[in-house]
Design a protein around this ligand. Structure first.
Ligand SMILES: Nc1ncnc2c1ncn2[C@@H]1O[C@H](COP(=O)(O)OP(=O)(O)OP(=O)(O)O)[C@@H](O)[C@H]1O
Ligand SMILES: [Mg+2]
Length: 162
């Protein structure tokens, strides 16, 4: 399914909505060019999960763990842009964290699929003229087979959103 995100706030809100679906063990793979809004979306996920620390795109850190402040899963935020390949991915040892975390990987397509059987694939496509992004979400594997992603993303109920 896909929705249109007119501005940064809409992308944050979409991240919050996605977060309501996420639980420990989930892997989210974010695709989209530089500045597409992957980190902004992750910020929305992190704030709705109630994790500590600001979700940013640090220059030297490839993976950052944000512990939960509310007794929920931690957020492991990975920026794989500078990762050389699967050998360096293995060095991060994401498997160790995966079971108790929501793992979100920017630039993870083609790299992290082997980590689990299931994943949420999110693609952000900017409009060349406006600030609009089109977000496409696809659930892969049995975990997502019966989840109505569209219902969560398009609901009119704003409860709990920033
Ligand atoms: N609709 C929108 N959704 C998200 N971000 C938007 C939107 N419109 C404008 N922006 C701006 O675009 C930028 C997106 O930056 P962000 O760091 O999230 O991109 P990114 O996809 O993580 O890039 P990178 O690949 O470099 O990590 C932000 O400065 C944000 O304010
Ligand atoms: Mg980023």
């Amino acid at each position: 399914m896909s929705i249109v995100l007119p501005d940064t706030d809409a992308t944050i809100a979409a991240g919050s909505r996605l977060a309501s679906l996420l639980r420990a063990g989930d892997l989210v793979v974010l695709t989209g060019g530089l500045g597409a809004g992957k980190t902004v979306l992750t910020r929305g996920i992190g704030s709705a999960l109630g994790v500590r620390g600001e979700v940013t795109s640090p220059t030297f850190v490839i993976a950052r763990v944000h512990p939960s402040l509310v007794g929920g899963p931690e957020l492991v935020h990975v920026d794989a842009y500078r990762l050389g390949g699967t050998a360096e991915l293995d060095d991060l040892d994401l498997e160790a964290e995966l079971e108790q975390a929501v793992t979100v990987v920017e630039w993870g397509a083609g790299l992290v699929e082997g980590l689990t059987d299931d994943r949420l694939e999110v693609t952000l496509t900017p409009d060349p003229v406006t600030e609009e992004r089109t977000m496409e979400v696809r659930g892969i594997g049995p975990r997502w087979a019966d989840v109505d992603i569209a219902a969560v993303l398009t609901t009119e109920d704003e409860g709990g959103l920033p």
